[in-house]
Write a protein that binds this ligand. Sequence first.
Ligand SMILES: Cc1ncc(COP(=O)(O)O)c(C=O)c1O
Length: 396
Amino acid sequence: MLNEEAILNPRFKTVERLKHIKPSGIRRFFTLANKLPGAINLSVGEPDFCPPRRNLEAGWKAAEEGKTHYAPTNGIPELREALARKALGDYNLDYDPESEILVTSGATEALFLALFGLVDHADEILVPNPGFVLYEPSVRLADGIPISIPLLEKNDFKVSVENVMSLITNKSRAIVLNYPNNPTGAVLSYDETAALAKIAVERDLIVISDEVYERIIYDNSKHYCIAAFPGMRERTLVIGSFSKTYAMTGLRIGYVYGPKELVSNLWLVHQYTVACVNSLSQYVALDALKAPQGVVRDMVLEFDRRRHLVHKRLNGINGFHCALPKGAFYVFPKIKDFDLTSEEFAALLARKARVITVPGSSFGSYGEGYIRISYAAAYEQLEVALDRIEKVVKAL
Ligand SMILES: Cc1ncc(COP(=O)(O)O)c(C=O)c1O
């Protein structure tokens, strides 16, 4: 539509910067869910839980106290101080709340700021493929060149040291890591994280570590924050979010930890894009950090139950090959046996089973042959969805 208008009326030409930017595959399939009556939506990456009432009341109380004005650009001091305590408690990382922590409008803004604040024309940025839909377009928008790091099932979808080494050139500026991983559910061990940290130091790379699923992790696995490894604090931006851990996707609260030299660049972009983050959401987030963390544990236990259900049921359907994810709330089963592209297969599931998933190709070329299913939906809904998928697939 836009392109036709552009041809007829040059005033509406597509700007150069947007020429290679396509709508996100998640959004495309997510929108489909609203158009198909009775569809079960397993495309979206958000917990079906709600934050505890006390968190929300903290926001309401702040409103009553008149805290509805512009907040400080880098976030309310109480939240930054609580985030500093969190980094110290969780990873023994000491960040100055004034200059090394920035509260952002979700991890989405934080990632955008990281790329806009640090990428120069034609800098090469290594991004996982398959990877979260935002990385590649954001690198392009920031005038950088995204370089795919293939995540292969035979390597449990982990970034391999050999691969990274072979992709580094004298134009490489940064590497984006995301563990626990979306879309594959992979998690890195201590040794694997240490090995990547070592390359980053040796090859002088900035690491943008998207750790929004740090708490959603199973089977006694542990999350290792890469900034805590030797030589890493000064070169790492740790990106976090309240969206997943505290089921607050709509409140749009994320944050960045990093050394002052890097965070100051992000701050510059932030002040001219959002000015400050929604003040009331920040009070809700603050309460989430202060409140007992049992709700998070209970939510993860429920995700774990669903994880086993989806994994077991899919592997019981001929043609699906599904690894057991170790973190986040997605499975990424291989669907190559069905002889359809992932786009065709996801469209078939939408049309015939009324179950909305996301084609693996939406996450990059190495996602082809897979689909992503989010199990952040009610157990009973997942059961119905899996029954429907099984019926459709058996009839193929
Ligand atoms: C890996 C990853 N990073 C970042 C985000 C964005 O999160 P937020 O809601 O905090 O913007 C998502 C959301 O799905 C995600 O999966």
